[in-house]
Design a protein around this ligand. Structure first.
Ligand code: GLA
Length: 716
């Protein structure tokens, strides 16, 4: 399929830029003051539509200086700015005034670069805009360059400002959470004032994910209405500000959090901000998610999405208690089910008996694996699976050889306590020696063993984020350099070991963002594997991230999280909404369990392309509801896969009629649903229009019931 391209045009007489791709137009211009002004962002305009020249807004009173009233694309703190700046600088002479003006631009293929410069000082900011041809999603970032003869300190650096037109009817959505309870969807009306979404944790964090969506209108419909959305590509501390001004206009800014931030630029040095991606859909929040999903799969991942193999993971079955014979026995059972990848989790290295010791000592534990990992890996291969391994490279237990040898390698303030989380400390990856150590042991592990997959874990937040060995004025750069080195290690490992796939895990979903997704193939959304809780967790996840990135394991029942018992079939169907994994203790399964699981694994393989890479429609939200249902439509339209879940029947009420979406209205579809699950009187063949408007009745009754069915398009 030919790649669609973005079109970028500059109108010299009006001094306007117009970027068009997919269904989106984005326009900006240089106004009479030389400011870069936002002009339009939304539904694609007609080719002949002119974008009128930019004119600064002079405000309505002496309190509304034009610098604040004019919607600017990128603005420095200076000249009376009171809204959130994109950049703030302190010069060594005490001057803190930065006023940027347009200097020049360059258009190359689907990217636009605009250079701005301060009115008197030799500080330039190079703004980058890249528009994705398939989705119209823009990636924005900025590079601040010091061309003066003295060092300066950057105290705040954002990628840019997204401006939305005035409206008193905006709804903001974002995702909050905690360990084992990630991906809660929040929705609230926007009011004049400011909403700050932020992580000060050193990493992305699960308290708030760096994603937002703003809908105009308060319709509850998933598929209609204007939606603007954005996500930061950064895995360190971050901030997104959503400001609504006195005229109900909205500005969204984001990048490194300015909290505890200072980055010194010597003459000739520059600082690049994280990328801030933004998109628009006129097909509601559902359409916005689908655009983002496609963008992630095709343009963010380090390689175009590969179908996720069905995986087995040892964690919930054996905990830290792994050894050669035990893992081999589990591998044999997993292979019988049709599992394609066997992953050994925590416990295989150093003196790792529990979470008190061993992190940092990345050599195979000789008691547990007297012959190294080779026999297990060979066994896994002989069983027809590939082999994956758990690592937590950025951490160290004080009780480890590494820490005893290098106590200065962790983040710390000299002479201050080092706060432990899960009995571990954070290695300071910004240090070149730590970076070399981490890359070195991972490279060795991958060179010496046939490992196809790493589960890369990260199980605590930062504390005492000091870097005592760095020059004083560079110590706060740890926030940037740590993450740059993390990305660097991942990139180098991928380059040297291109067949190795990586999962980003952080005690669940605490490091999921468009930055880490440039270097990994999948993510672990939550340590909570309760299949009912998972419906809401997975639902929230898909607002920002694609189902094909989301690992979901079937584990044992009752599930430890809530002591809830569910059938194996219910657990499978919940996990089959993402990338299927199994994390149960197979030694305890009955022959009946094996038969059920084997059948469901093979059914999953038949639909996984549609589930992982298709277009997701949310039919019934699980949030606060007895019912939940999703539908995935294959990109080529040949089938739709529907999952339906019932919490508990009440008062004999039937399961709600499901109105499907995204089908070809005139095509005929054949429904394949397990016997007894089709409501009485429901036909099996009908048009797309019929399924979308008449709907389909599913017969689910009882507690924790689930159904999965497909609609297959018939040849015309
Ligand atoms: C984290 C992960 C789990 C598991 C444990 C191992 O909590 O999220 O899946 O790997 O670490 O210690």
């Amino acid at each position: 399929m030919a790649q669609s391209r973005a079109e970028i045009r500059y109108d010299q007489s009006a001094r306007t830029f117009r970027l068009d791709a997919a269904d989106v137009t984005y326009a900006l211009g240089v106004n009479e003051s030389g400011e870069l002004q936002s002009l339009y962002w939304g539904k694609r305009l007609q080719p002949a539509d002119d974008i009128p020249a930019a004119h600064a807004d002079n405000g309505t009173s002496s309190f509304d200086l034009p610098v604040n009233a004019t919607p600017q694309e990128f603005v420095g703190w200076g000249g009376g700015l009171v809204v959130v700046p994109d950049i703030k600088i302190t010069f060594p002479d005490g001057n803190r005034d930065l006023v940027l003006r347009y200097v020049s631009h360059r258009i190359q293929d689907d990217s636009l670069t605009i250079t701005m410069k301060d009115i008197s000082r030799d500080v330039t900011v190079v703004l980058q805009y890249e528009m994705d041809g398939e989705t119209g999603i823009l990636g924005r970032s900025a590079r601040v360059e010091n061309h003066t003869h003295a060092p300066l300190t950057v105290e705040q650096a954002f990628a840019g400002t997204w401006n939305l037109p005035a409206s008193s009817d905006y709804q903001l959505r974002y995702l909050t959470g905690r360990w084992a309870g990630e991906w809660n969807l929040q929705q609230e009306p926007l009011h004049p004032g400011k909403v700050v979404l932020e992580s000060r944790r050193g990493s992305t964090g699960d308290e708030i994910n760096p994603w937002f969506a703003i809908e105009r209108g308060s319709a509850i419909d998933q598929e209609t209405g204007d939606v603007w959305f954005g996500a930061l590509g950064w895995s360190g501390s971050w901030q997104i500000n959503i400001e609504q001004d006195w005229e109900n206009r909205v500005r969204v800014t984001g990048g490194y959090t300015p909290f505890d931030f200072a980055y010194t630029l010597a003459p000739g040095e520059s600082l690049q901000t994280p990328k801030f991606y933004g998109g628009y859909s006129d097909s509601g929040i559902g359409g916005a998610s689908r655009l983002l999903h496609g963008f992630e799969m095709n343009s963010i991942l380090p390689q175009p999405h590969r179908l996720r193999p069905v995986l087995y993971n040892s964690w919930e079955a054996t905990g830290f208690d792994v050894n050669e014979s035990g893992q081999e026995a589990l591998a044999e059972e997993a292979a019988r089910l049709g599992v394609e990848r066997f992953v050994m989790d925590d416990g295989w290295f150093g003196e790792r008996k529990d979470d008190h010791a061993g992190l940092g000592d990345w050599f195979v534990n000789p008691q547990k694996f007297p012959h190294g990992l080779k026999p297990l890996i060979e066994k896994v291969h002989a069983l027809g699976m590939d082999f994956g391994l758990w690592v937590e490279p950025e951490m160290v237990n004080p009780d480890s050889e590494l820490y005893r040898k290098h106590p200065d390698w962790v983040l710390n303030f000299a002479g201050r306590p080092r706060t432990e989380g899960r009995h571990q400390l954070v290695l300071n990856l910004a240090r070149p020696d730590v970076r070399a150590y981490v890359y070195g042991f991972l490279d060795k592990l991958l060179t010496e063993n046939e490992i196809a997959f790493l589960k890369w874990d990260y199980n605590r937040n930062w504390s005492e984020p000091g870097w005592p060995s760095a020059p004083l004025d560079e110590q706060k750069e740890v926030y940037v350099k740590y993450v740059q080195n993390l990305y660097g290690i991942l990139a180098e490992l991928r380059e040297k070991h291109p067949h190795v796939e990586i999962e980003s895990c952080s005690g669940g979903g605490a490091r999921v963002d468009l930055g880490i997704l440039r270097y990994v193939d999948e993510v672990w959304p939550s340590d909570n594997t309760d299949p009912f809780d998972r419906l809401s967790i997975q639902n929230g996840f898909t607002y920002a991230y694609a189902p094909g990135l989301m690992m979901a394991w079937v584990t044992d029942s009752p599930n430890g999280m809530n002591n809830r018992s569910t059938s194996l079939e219910y657990r499978f169907l919940s996990s089959m909404q993402g990338s299927l994994g199994i994390g149960a203790n197979l030694n305890k399964w009955t022959p009946g369990d094996f038969a059920t699981a084997k059948k469901l694994v093979s059914e999953y393989k038949a639909v996984r392309e549609t589930v992982q890479e298709g277009l997701l429609y949310r039919l019934l939200s699980p949030i606060g509801s007895e019912y939940a249902a999703t539908e995935s439509v294959a990109r080529d339209g040949h089938e739709a896969v529907v999952f339906a879940f019932l919490h508990s029947s009440q008062e004999g009420k039937p399961f709600p009629q499901l109105y499907l979406r995204g089908l070809d209205p005139a095509a005929t579809y054949h429904v394949h649903l397990q016997e007894g699950q089709l409501a009485d009187g429901t036909v099996e063949r009908a048009s797309g229009d019929y399924w979308m408007h008449h709907g389909i009745g599913v017969s689910l009754r009882g507690d924790f019931q689930a159904a999965c069915f497909t609609l297959e398009r018939e040849a015309r």
